[in-house]
Design a protein around this ligand. Structure first.
Ligand SMILES: NC(=O)C1=CN([C@@H]2O[C@H](COP(=O)(O)OP(=O)(O)OC[C@H]3O[C@@H](n4cnc5c(N)ncnc54)[C@H](OP(=O)(O)O)[C@@H]3O)[C@@H](O)[C@H]2O)C=CC1
Ligand SMILES: O=CC(=O)O
Length: 327
């Protein structure tokens, strides 16, 4: 009998086909995983899960007594209760590196779109608002090049953003992360800062940390007030790394100039979220890594991790190494 696995949400078709040739695959998309009877029935004897943003909490893990591996199709794994997976000795994996450049492109795209007000101007042109020969100063944006870019989270994606800022736009790079990175400082002429110094000095503040117990609510009222009044804030990390209500207040009260957001406290973002009514906010639907090429690479890497784990080999991107040392 084939090993049963659950595929959830986004697994690209060629990868799904390959998995189906090896395993008894049950695919689910956008269901309520706490109540969907078919999902809960299949979960009971599933040995592997592969997918995007499945909330793998204690309740779900307890319903899966045969589970051996959870393979996330994302680099962030804040959807997993890693402590409880460790307790149950279930492996967890993610998809780093293959998405780094694509996410950095998205973040930089949002940064430029926010500074130069591209979505707002696009709307103006398409709706017949371009009525005089010359655009007016009220439509002008602000420069990106030669400005100060502060990056919070100088990991893989943070470094790819720094590369674009430094080499592409002659920006002055400063960063904050848990550890200092001399090689990064040399490559991008970057300066390490305390969080407060970064917030006070940067023209663009770009947040790209994982969501953890430490980073949850990392930027709130005090932090937005520390930023320059003409600063632009970009969030590519997770919605909960900031206090969204405080960002709304900071934008409303002119504490900061604008924001570009790929992530929100609640996703999909609620249609009555005040951020959606603000002209100085540019939004995208948590789509940082989602190009055709990169989604395929992520699915392939997630499948490689899953197959290795189910074969009894160490998956290349195991995030809870404690489970391997117990084997
Ligand atoms: N919007 C989207 O579609 C996407 C969003 N993401 C998000 O981006 C995140 C980062 O990915 P990636 O760059 O690959 O991850 P990395 O692990 O390579 O980098 C994370 C960085 O965050 C820093 N960091 C962690 N905790 C803190 C903290 N408490 N204070 C300051 N800095 C901290 C780390 O510091 P140190 O180096 O010192 O350990 C590291 O520099 C993902 O976890 C995910 O949440 C990722 C992909 C797509
Ligand atoms: O948000 C996406 C990820 O890969 O993490």
């Amino acid at each position: 009998m084939k090993t049963k696995i659950i595929a959830y949400n986004r697994v690209e078709q060629p990868v799904l086909k390959k998995l189906k040739s090896k395993y008894d695959v049950h695919f689910f998309k956008n269901i309520d995983t706490k109540t969907d009877p078919e999902f809960l029935a299949q979960l009971y004897d599933a040995e592997g899960i592969i997918g995007l943003e499945l909330p793998v909490d204690k309740e779900l893990i307890d319903r899966a007594p045969n589970l051996r591996i959870v393979s996330n199709v994302s680099v962030g794994y804040n959807n997993l209760d890693v402590d409880y997976l460790n307790k149950r000795n279930i492996m967890a994996t993610n998809t780093p590196d293959v998405l780094t450049d694509t996410v950095a492109d998205t973040v930089f795209g949002i940064l430029i779109a926010t500074a130069r007000r591209i979505p707002e101007l696009d709307h103006m042109v398409k709706t017949g608002g371009w009525t005089t020969e010359a655009v007016e100063p009220e439509h002008f944006g602000i420069d990106v090049h030669h400005k100060k870019l502060g990056i919070i989270g100088m990991g893989r994606i943070g470094q790819a953003i720094a590369q674009r800022g430094h080499f592409g736009f002659d920006m002055e790079i400063s960063y904050h992360s848990r550890t200092r990175k001399p090689d990064v400082e040399e490559r991008f002429a970057a300066t390490y800062c305390s969080l407060d110094d970064l917030l006070t000095q940067s023209d663009f503040v770009c947040l790209i940390t994982p969501l953890t117990a430490e980073t949850e609510g990392m930027l709130g009222k005090r932090e937005f007030q520390l930023m320059k009044k003409d600063a632009i804030f970009i969030n590519g990390s997770r919605g909960k790394t900031i206090v969204e209500q405080d960002l709304i207040a900071a934008l409303r009260d002119g504490e900061i100039a604008a924001a570009g957001l790929d992530v929100f406290e609640k996703e999909p973002v609620e249609t009555d979220n005040p951020l959606l009514k603000m002209k100085n906010v540019v939004t995208t639907p948590h789509i940082g890594s989602s190009t055709h090429e990169t989604e395929l690479k992520m699915s392939e890497l997630a499948a490689t991790n899953l197959i290795a784990g189910l074969n009894g080999d160490k998956p290349p991107n195991l995030v809870n190494s404690a489970t391997w040392s117990k084997k």
